[in-house]
Design a protein around this ligand. Structure first.
Ligand SMILES: Cc1ncc(COP(=O)(O)O)c(C=O)c1O
Length: 391
């Protein structure tokens, strides 16, 4: 007997592509192979010691043990506003233009519930971090894919979106610095995106989770575009900036109706993040430069090294400008999954198939430089020496 049925909502989630990959990895390990995993975007570096020391003290304070405020403590919202003023020159009202999140993934998945109705369309880049589809599909909205092409610097071609699609669209997702491509967007592109949104009466949700892992100039905020706050919001995260993926803290800033709507939704769904972690976030923001700089330098060194080695070995790629991924096509024509399996079988290096991030990722492989330098060097050496199967 099967018992009661599940919600039809569960059909929104495709079979987990990485499950099969995980199985293959376990098989390799069982054979006694020395597997180097460059598949997951989860920093290997520990959270900086001053941060965990500070948090350990906060955990012991009884005042932090009560329910937090769902949209974030006043102290943290003020610290977030102060940080953005310093970083981007933005003047944010901490009361109405900032909502604290339990990681930016949570916010990306929940925001569509606050903004979309059944039958609306969301424009989602392809390839993309999969969580931005979650809330769209659960809201009963439609997904319209925006291909990110290498020849366009992995930016969507907004001018190519048909009038029909524009008419049904209610929301545009962006993600720069970009996972998986490592591309950045300029202030000029953001201006174009804001104009597109205002003209077509849609929301723009820009995901800046990798904003501080940059290799050249600090990437701009979409909210620096004059008038952006009429339609735009932007997500930020502690996860990559300070190697704090497990701590779960992010925030949304920008258009006050959207930010407050998400805050209201959260008051009704969760009770926000543990106060000790919110206090720790204030500590991180107030000590940003000294904490973030060594992490940024590590990922820059690793990413530039690995991209350079792949290039020398005949891989096709655009050098990443930010984040910690190398997005590349192998020297022979291969589907993404076939390439990943062949690499794993011949070198015991595990990467992610580009097709797992959307149809436009087909043919690409994503390497995540979240392993110690020595392992990354070893992975590059093995891949450079790899003999590809013919055909
Ligand atoms: C593009 C992008 N956005 C958001 C997230 C989620 O980050 P967080 O840990 O803040 O939920 C990730 C995590 O990998 C990501 O790659």
């Amino acid at each position: 007997m099967r018992g009661p049925s599940l919600s039809a909502n569960m059909k929104a989630f495709p079979p987990y592509l990485f499950a099969e990959l995980d199985k293959r990895k376990r098989e390799e390990l069982k054979k006694g192979r020395d597997v180097i995993s460059l598949a997951v975007g989860d920093p290997d570096l520990p959270t900086p010691r001053p941060v965990s020391d500070f948090a350990a003290r906060e955990v012991k304070k009884p005042a932090n043990h009560r329910y937090p405020c769902g949209r974030g403590s006043e102290r943290l919202r003020k610290a977030i506003a102060a940080w953005h003023y310093k970083r981007h020159g933005l003047k944010l009202d901490p009361e109405t233009e900032v909502t604290v999140l339990i990681g930016s993934k949570e916010g990306l998945a929940h925001l569509p519930f606050a903004l979309l109705n059944r039958g609306d369309t969301a424009l989602i880049p392809d390839p993309a971090y999969p969580a931005c589809k979650t809330g769209v599909l659960l809201s009963g909205a439609r997904v319209e894919r925006l291909p990110l092409k290498e020849e366009n610097g992995f930016l969507p071609d907004l001018g190519a979106i048909s009038r029909f699609v524009r008419r049904g669209a209610k929301m545009l997702f962006l993600n720069y610095p970009n996972n998986p491509t490592g591309a950045c967007a300029s202030a000029g592109f953001y201006k174009e995106a804001v104009e597109f949104a205002v003209k077509n009466n849609l929301w723009v949700a820009q995901d800046a989770a990798y904003s501080e892992i940059y290799f050249k100039k600090p990437p701009p905020s979409i909210l620096s575009v004059p008038g952006a706050r009429a339609a735009a919001v932007e997500f930020y995260s502690m996860s990559k900036t300070y190697c704090m993926t497990g701590w779960r803290l992010g925030w949304l800033i920008g258009n006050r109706r959207a930010v407050q709507a998400l805050g209201k939704l959260k008051e009704n769904m969760d009770s926000g993040q543990f106060n000790a972690i919110q206090e720790t976030a204030v500590f991180c923001l107030e000590n940003h430069a000294v904490l973030a700089e060594p992490i940024r330098k590590t990922f820059k060194r690793r990413t530039e090294f690995f991209a350079g080695e792949l290039k020398k070995a005949g891989w096709n790629l655009t050098l990443p400008e930010a984040a910690f991924f190398v997005w590349a096509r192998p020297p022979v024509r291969r589907g993404s999954l076939a390439a990943v399996y062949e690499i794993l079988e011949k070198t015991s290096v595990l990467a992610s198939p580009g097709s797992g991030f959307g149809a436009s990722g087909e043919g690409f492989v994503r390497f995540s430089l979240c392993a110690p330098d020595a392992r990354i060097k070893e992975a590059a050496r093995r891949i450079a020496g790899m003999k590809w199967q013919k055909g």
